[in-house]
Design a protein around this ligand. Structure first.
Ligand code: HEC
Length: 156
């Protein structure tokens, strides 16, 4: 009886501990937070070609720019989150460097959106992709992420 009580107390405490610090598995952070934010940013400025020619897609309103800026701000937070113990523990130092790289490029990305610079958003978006890829090269996801900036580096 006593043992049972202790055991259930222990599991209740464990639950509490988990609830206090809710955290997603890395895979989910990537798939549900990092990836969608990066995609929003990459989609803000892109170049598409179809039968009617080449088209430049750029933010048209303050709200469009704000959407890109917000996505970059979130990426900055995710880069910081990745450096927390929950995600960095047990990994080599380079993990935090890669994550910090994301913080830094996201800060540039946010500035570019604040400046409403089409060229800069495009350029920084491409660099951001290299930052993601650098970490994935050393810490490869089981399934290689397919998403990337649309037409990055292509005819402009
Ligand atoms: C600090 C290292 C690091 C950085 C930076 C990083 N990733 Fe990842 N990413 C990983 C690791 C590790 C996995 C594998 C997670 C797993 O499956 O356990 C992953 C997995 C993914 C996945 C696959 C998720 C799934 O459903 O399997 C996507 C998509 C992804 N990352 C996108 C990105 C994008 C976009 C960026 C840049 C904006 C980025 N990542 C930056 C380490 C990183």
């Amino acid at each position: 009886m006593k043992f049972k009580l202790a055991a259930s107390l222990a599991s209740a405490l464990m639950l509490l501990a988990c609830n206090r610090q809710p955290e997603l598995p890395l895979k989910e952070v990537m798939a549900k937070q990092v990836q969608p934010a990066a995609q929003t940013y990459w989609d803000a400025v892109r170049y598409v070609s179809d039968e009617t020619g080449d088209h430049e897609i750029v933010p048209k309103s303050d709200a469009d720019w704000e959407k890109a800026r917000k996505a970059a701000e979130n990426l900055k937070k995710y880069g910081e989150l990745l450096q927390s113990d929950s995600y960095a523990k047990g990994r080599n130092d380079d993990w935090k460097q890669f994550a910090q790289g994301l913080v830094e490029i996201a800060a540039q990305a946010e500035q570019a959106a604040k400046d409403k610079s089409v060229d800069k958003v495009f350029e920084v978006g491409g660099t951001m992709y290299s930052v993601c890829s650098a970490c994935h090269t050393i810490y490869p996801p089981p399934v290689p992420p397919s998403a990337k900036p649309t037409d990055s580096g292509e005819a402009k």
